[in-house]
Design a protein around this ligand. Structure first.
Ligand code: DGL
Length: 271
């Protein structure tokens, strides 16, 4: 495998950019091919079978782009498809859930962890399973927050409407004495300040994106796949593909990445 080959990162749309952003910061030598499935977003309300089908199509596309490893930068796709994709493809693949759960397990002091995410992620029970696998004594409470994704996509990040919605969803978690809350959806780190304010200073927020980038870094080092070559210009290192609405994607990307992204190409992966 060519160590200068890129990392394939995919998500249902723009949210996975929060994971790509961490990878760019923590391992700046690595090239990235990002695919956002903007034609078929949201994944959070779709079935496991559908998400597995989409994930296979996207990984095939990324393999054709010559990637050396894949990051499933979507909590819902990690919950539903990671295990199956690892069986199906002969390439290192990581998701965001194991990393997020691990970070939460060493963040919590009182052993009570909250998880918020899409309906798919929460109903899959995957975070609970992984957390209990790490430490069976952990107490876990979960809450699906389906309105957070559209609010972020509409740009309502710092908005009284969003604060109201966050309060409404998180109210019931506030009585549960949790000291750690996993932001189990790619979009939620963008609501971090509001969520932190609502939950109060006694609750640590865990962003799985940070830990995922660290896991990727270790994986590349262990498998001798880390690119040692000096960083080039950003525009040459990163490629962005979407399945629809490239301009909207570019606008969103420019609002959360610290540089202007190269032109995003629209492609179809479902043939
Ligand atoms: N990327 C998805 C996740 O992290 C959120 C958006 C969606 O529902 O597709 O679960």
């Amino acid at each position: 495998m060519n160590i200068e080959a890129p990392i394939g990162v995919f998500d249902s749309g723009v949210g996975g950019l929060t994971v790509a952003r961490e990878i760019m910061q923590q391992i700046p030598n690595e090239r990235i091919v990002y695919f956002g499935d903007t034609a078929r977003v949201p994944y959070g309300s779709k079935s496991k079978e559908t998400i597995i089908k989409y994930s296979k199509q996207i990984i095939r596309f990324l393999q054709n782009e010559g990637v050396k490893a894949i990051v499933i930068a979507c909590n819902t796709a990690s919950a539903f498809a990671l295990e199956e994709m690892r069986r199906e493809f002969d390439i290192p693949i990581i998701g965001v859930i194991n990393s997020g759960a691990r970070a939460a397990s060493y963040t919590t002091k009182n052993g009570k962890v909250g998880i918020i995410g899409t309906e798919g992620t929460i109903n899959s029970g995957m975070y609970n399973e992984v957390l209990k696998g790490i430490n069976p004594k952990l107490e876990v409470v979960t809450k699906a927050c389906p309105l957070f994704v559209p609010l972020v996509e509409e740009g309502f990040v710092d908005d009284p409407i969003t604060t109201e919605v966050v309060k409404r969803y998180l109210e019931e978690l506030k009585d549960k004495d949790i000291d750690t809350l996993i932001l189990g959806c790619t979009h939620y780190p963008l609501l971090r300040e509001t969520i932190a304010k609502v939950m109060g200073p006694g609750v640590q927020l865990v962003n799985p994106a940070y830990e995922t980038a660290l896991e990727l870094k270790n994986l590349l080092l262990n498998k001798n796949l880390a690119n040692k070559k000096e960083t080039e210009e950003r525009s040459k290192m990163y490629k962005f593909y979407v399945s629809d609405a490239a301009k909207k994607f570019e606008r969103f990307a420019d609002s959360i990445l610290p540089f202007e992204i190269p032109k995003t190409k629209q492609i179809s992966v479902d043939e």
